[in-house]
Design a protein. Structure first.
Length: 195
């Protein structure tokens, strides 16, 4: 970082490295925009989901299959898909694998970086509903990054609009959507309505 600070639970992230940073990473996970690119094409679905369990020592080899099956069911995947590779799955299924992989380490905070932008509208709605349900059931805080304010409106309590790396407007979701104050927010809303 060139300036500013990033804290999580009162801990400055820029000051950490090694084991303290590794331990903190378990508490926060990322769901990527490109599920295909974030999954190793040589690994099976089960191997991808198991990675966090192995790295953080959260399940013995004997416990892993049941933990993986439970995670797959939780995100709406048939555990029978565990032996498949990412190329054998649909885009929505791959995104569900990415979500299951993130959840495997029981995070407190989930960053969803444009995690529905590449999905068709029906699958997008299913993934958004899943993220909302998981957030409520697991007590997850979620930072949902997106350009489409129509999508953001469905999942956000609070919205911060960024332009050129700076926050230009922030407020409750209804407030920002219904009475935008910044011209850039107005442009984003106009683009969302034009879709």
């Amino acid at each position: 970082p060139t300036s500013g600070s990033v804290t999580f639970g009162g801990i400055e992230l820029g000051a950490l490295d090694g084991e303290p940073l590794r331990a903190l990473r378990r508490r926060m996970q990322l769901v990527f925009q490109d599920a295909s690119g974030s999954l190793n094409p040589r690994r099976t679905v089960a191997e991808s989901i198991a990675e966090g369990l192995i790295v953080h020592g959260l399940a013995s080899r004997a416990e892993q299959p049941s933990r993986i099956a439970a995670l797959m069911e939780e995100v709406g995947l048939d555990p029978a898909l565990g032996g498949r590779r990412p190329g054998q799955l649909s885009g929505g299924q791959r995104q569900r694998v990415g979500i299951a992989r993130a959840l495997a380490v029981d995070p407190e905070f989930l960053v969803c970086d444009e995690s529905v932008s590449s999905l068709d509208p029906t699958v997008q709605a299913q993934i958004l509903a899943l993220l909302l349900e998981l957030g409520q059931r697991r007590g997850l805080a979620c930072l949902f990054i997106a350009h489409d304010l129509a999508v953001v409106r469905q999942v956000a309590d609070t919205i911060a609009v960024m332009r050129r790396g700076r926050i230009v407007e922030t407020g409750g979701a209804a407030e920002v959507i219904e009475t935008p104050r910044h011209p850039y927010t107005m442009e984003l809303l106009k683009a969302a309505r034009a879709k």
